[in-house]
Ligand binder design. Structure first.
Ligand SMILES: Nc1ncnc2c1ncn2[C@@H]1O[C@H](COP(=O)(O)OP(=O)(O)OP(=O)(O)O)[C@@H](O)[C@H]1O
Length: 364
């Protein structure tokens, strides 16, 4: 399935701006972005519930964006469930299999449906009506109904966002396993950047209607294309610090008040074109660590706050009283607020952006 130049406005709001992407057979593309980024609008346009102002969608060479929703063979699982209130859970899940134009109507699909209800841990609710279900249970029925179909594309709009953490964790892996065993392409829409990295073969990051980056989870994590992508992905997200580049004694340095950091070799070629220009340094929270004050090659500062989480700690480090850097650490030492300390920044997990454009620095 491919989209080319999809644009959509609601009055003065440009919900989608020239969106172009492709999903391969059997591939899961995760689309993530903040609230209002345009995810639902994109999903609704592919499903035919909304009409684009410009652009086309195709299955292979065949255009589908002029077809009525019922003729597209798109399976859509909504965030808002859209279950038939007069049908039981079992009948809701069966409904697309029995619909005209669906798979063989003579077959008994009960086995398939019950297997899916078991997987989603709602088999005991098979005979209930949707009005007697909790929000999370309704979400699982809607998910079951999408997963039993054999569509040309499967669209999952925030499929697990209303479930508790344990079930979310279980289903992420289970659904991914199911989707990977089919040749249907799928798009999984979620505002949760880390969920997108964990479920997508590739991830598209969308912001203000524009695709900011499409890449493998590794690309998105290690090489965010924009400040917007860096801000969205990570828990806590990448630290972003404004400053400039200077060259001293042949060394390339990132400089701001209270902070001088030699740039690692992989950033020197791009920094060369930005000397004295305004840049934003990105530091991954789990790349940096807190060490004893005075350690060579570190940045001095103090402990600003400390949140113990059990499995790891989040330490906020203050530089010159004005920059706060979040650090995710497994270091068990006691961090006392106000203590002098130093920040060690290894080359990995460091990125440089152009402050004006917000784009990652690249070779000209
Ligand atoms: N029917 C509509 N009428 C007017 N504006 C709309 C309509 N639908 C969406 N918008 C606007 O278009 C933009 C994109 O909305 P959309 O619902 O696609 O975002 P989203 O990424 O799905 O957000 P969320 O994660 O909060 O669901 C927003 O600014 C929204 O207010």
């Amino acid at each position: 399935m491919s989209l080319a130049g999809i644009t959509k406005s609601f009055g003065a709001i440009k919900a989608l701006d020239d969106v172009t992407l492709a999903v391969e057979p059997g591939e899961i593309l995760a689309v993530t972005g903040p609230s209002g980024a345009g995810k639902s609008t994109l999903c609704r346009i592919i499903a035919g519930l909304e009409r684009q102002d410009q652009g086309v969608g195709r299955f292979g060479a065949e255009e589908f964006t002029h077809l009525a929703p019922g003729r597209r063979r798109v399976a859509l699982m909504f965030e808002s469930y859209a279950l038939y209130p007069h049908m039981s859970v079992r009948e809701n899940v069966l409904s697309p299999l029995r619909a005209p134009g669906g798979p063989d109507r003579q077959l008994d699909h009960d086995g398939t449906v019950m297997e899916m209800l078991k997987l989603l841990e709602i088999d005991q609710l098979a005979d209930r009506s949707p009005s007697a279900l909790s929000g999370g249970q309704k979400q699982r029925v809607a998910l079951a109904r999408a997963l039993v179909q054999d569509p040309r594309i499967l669209l999952l709009d925030e499929p697990i966002s209303h479930l508790d953490a344990k079930l979310r964790h279980k289903l992420r892996g289970e659904i991914r396993r199911r989707l990977m065993r089919r040749s249907t392409p799928s798009i999984w829409f979620t505002p949760d950047g880390l969920e997108a990295l964990s479920v997508g073969d590739r991830v598209a990051v969308i912001d203000e209607g524009r695709i900011e980056q499409i890449g493998t989870p590794e690309d998105i994590w290690l090489r965010p294309a924009t400040v917007g992508v860096a801000r969205l992905i990570g828990d806590p997200p990448m630290n972003l610090i404004k400053g400039h580049v200077e060259v001293k004694d042949g060394r390339f340095l990132f400089i701001r008040r209270g902070m001088t950091l030699p740039l690692p070799p992989h950033l020197v070629p791009v920094a060369r074109h930005k000397v004295e220009g305004r840049v934003t340094l990105g530091l991954r929270a789990d790349g940096v660590s807190v060490v004893a004050p005075g350690t060579e090659g570190t940045i001095p500062g103090e402990i600003y706050s400390h949140e113990p989480f059990g499995k790891h700690d989040i330490v906020t480090f203050s530089i010159a009283g004005e920059v706060r850097v979040k650090i995710k650490t497994r270091d068990q030492s006691s961090f006392r607020i106000g203590d002098a300390a130093a920040l060690l920044c290894p080359a990995e997990g460091m990125a440089l952006f152009d402050t004006e454009t917000g784009k990652a620095l690249a070779l000209p």
